[in-house]
Design a protein around this ligand. Structure first.
Ligand code: XUL
Length: 523
């Protein structure tokens, strides 16, 4: 037990979170914003370089410089980094970093008297790294699916169909368009394993959580799929380290960090994972059936699953959980706050008025239904905006308010069915989670307790919790629940129980909602 550091290398910033497991407190947090600190040096806007035609990259050298700056800033803010027992982290998913054959030696001999940036500037075989916003690999996606027996076959093998942003198609494109630079690449890291390698002073394997975002990992065996690697690019297997366990300590931190920023010589490094798998832990989801719902501009559902089930309708991405036991599902509904706001504004309500409208209408809304496609929808796939109403007057304020929230809750239940787990609890985060009336609708529709959950940086917190679990496991034993519980408590008094009388009512509403959705898809 002691202090643990979690680092989140995200798109726009790098954040460190320090936790103390003795006091159960979040002890410190600091963020290095890429645009503010390095925008002019590296030319990034919102952390990335838009290179045209859907090509979006970032600078791995900038990330290295940010890591040096982050640890210096934490130390300068009075945190005794010498007390940190273990460090783990998260990275924006799917991004790839290409290293030449000097990388391993350079990382192993870092000089604490010189900035990291100057020492690692020469280790890249590709100066920039494609990131998750890159959409330039459609043909490589098609080729990868075809080579592996089609879309369904890739889905079964890796848990996901091919996506432009996933690492496999990105690596394939690099080999096709820059074969010489690909030939000079000795090692391909993900953003996560690259930052872990800088800390460990040696090349650190990809973890299964982030490996799931490559289209190259056999999701059941949590290892690279030899067929997928062969289909993506030649000699790829020797350019990747074998996938390791997410919670197995890699080794001691590089002496560079001890000498330069005062980390303890015994501090250990735990593999980094993707930001979403890390958030799963930071949201406390370590038991199948635990679900978190972030009610933001779009609504995002995170769930812990007991098995790597996949959605043939493409409703969600599936990743291995970095707890090394479970799986996670990620479902994104585009019409989140966007739709709630549209209704609120249409009827000239403030949020109190919105809540009052929910109180004034009965569960089930007298059978009225709405399909809330104020913008084209991701889940289910709806190409064109268009709101559909059934048994609902477009001018009825209260009924429309209830209809939009019930539609969102019903949709979240409908499109979580493929996960094959019964939802046992809902941790609701984001702006709308403070609204008890909205929570009540979700609790009733899902038939389980819903609670408000405050989080600022779930990915970085999840990383710190993973550091703690892995270090305790190495020392003899660790229980995931005991590790996450003190840091992932719902807001006191926010738990809302489902009304048992609503169960049958919403089962029936769900069937009608599904039928309406299907009819809309056919129309
Ligand atoms: C998930 C995804 C993003 C990135 C950046 O598939 O592309 O969420 O992980 O945060």
């Amino acid at each position: 037990m002691g202090k643990y550091l979690g680092i989140d290398a995200s798109t726009q910033s790098m954040t460190g979170v320090l936790i103390d497991t003795v006091t159960g407190q979040l002890e410190g947090e600091y963020s290095v914003n890429f645009d503010a600190c390095f925008g002019s040096t590296y030319g990034v806007t919102n952390g990335v370089l838009h290179l045209g035609e859907g090509v979006v990259h970032s600078s791995p050298l900038m990330w290295a410089e940010a890591l040096d700056l982050l640890l210096a800033a934490l130390r300068d803010r009075g945190h005794d980094l010498g007390q940190v027992v273990a460090v783990a982290g998260a990275g924006q998913q799917h991004g790839t970093v290409y290293l030449n054959r000097t990388a391993a030696d350079v990382l192993g001999a870092l000089d604490p008297a010189r900035p990291l940036r100057d020492q690692v500037a020469g280790i890249f075989s590709r100066p920039t790294a494609p990131v998750w916003m890159d959409t330039s690999t459609r043909s490589q996606c098609d080729e990868l699916e075809a080579a592996l027996g089609g879309r369904e076959a890739l889905l079964e093998l890796t848990g996901n169909t091919a996506f432009e942003r996933f690492s496999g198609p990105q690596i394939r494109k690099f080999w096709q368009t820059e074969p010489e630079a690909y030939g000079q690449t000795a090692c391909i890291c993900l953003v996560s394993s690259f930052i872990a390698s800088l800390l460990a002073g040696r090349l650190v394997p990809v973890d299964p959580g982030d490996g799931s975002g490559t289209n190259l990992m056999d999701i059941r065996h949590r290892q690279w799929s030899p067929q997928a690697l062969a289909a993506a690019a030649p000699d790829l297997e020797r350019r990747l380290l074998p996938i390791g366990l997410a919670s197995r300590v890699v080794g001691r931190i590089s002496p560079y960090w001890a000498a330069r920023h005062g980390l303890g010589a015994d501090c250990v490094v735990v593999p980094f994972t993707g930001d979403n798998p890390s958030s799963l832990i930071g949201l406390g989801l370590v038991t199948p059936g635990q679900v978190a719902l972030s009610l933001g501009t779009s609504d995002t559902l995170f769930a812990c699953m007991d098995a790597p089930r996949v959605s043939r309708q493409g409703e969600g991405a599936v990743f291995a959980s970095p707890d090394d036991r479970h799986y996670m599902a990620l479902v994104c509904f585009l019409n989140g706050s966007l739709a709630r706001e549209a209704v609120r504004q249409q009827f000239g309500l403030d949020w109190d008025g919105f809540a009052a409208a929910l109180r004034a209408t009965p569960p089930g809304n007298h059978g009225a239904l709405m399909l809330p496609y104020f913008a084209p929808e991701i889940v289910p796939r709806v190409g064109r905006a268009g709101v559909a109403r059934r048994g609902l007057e477009a001018t009825d304020t209260a009924a429309n308010v209830r209809a939009v929230v019930e539609a969102q809750a019903l949709s979240s239940r409908l499109h979580a069915r493929w996960m094959g787990v019964s939802v046992r609890s809902l941790n609701v985060t984001g702006g709308a989670s403070a609204n008890a009336e909205i929570l009540q609708v979700y609790a009733n529709v899902h038939g389980c307790p819903a609670q408000c959950f405050e989080t600022t940086n779930a990915a970085a917190l999840g990383a710190a919790l993973r550091a703690c679990q892995a270090q305790q496991q190495a020392a003899g034993g660790a229980d995931w629940h005991q590790v996450v519980a003190p840091f992932t408590r719902p807001v006191a008094g926010s738990t809302i129980q489902p009304d048992p009388a609503c169960r049958g009512l919403y089962d029936e509403a769900l069937a009608r909602y599904e039928a309406m959705e299907n009819e809309h898809a056919k129309a």
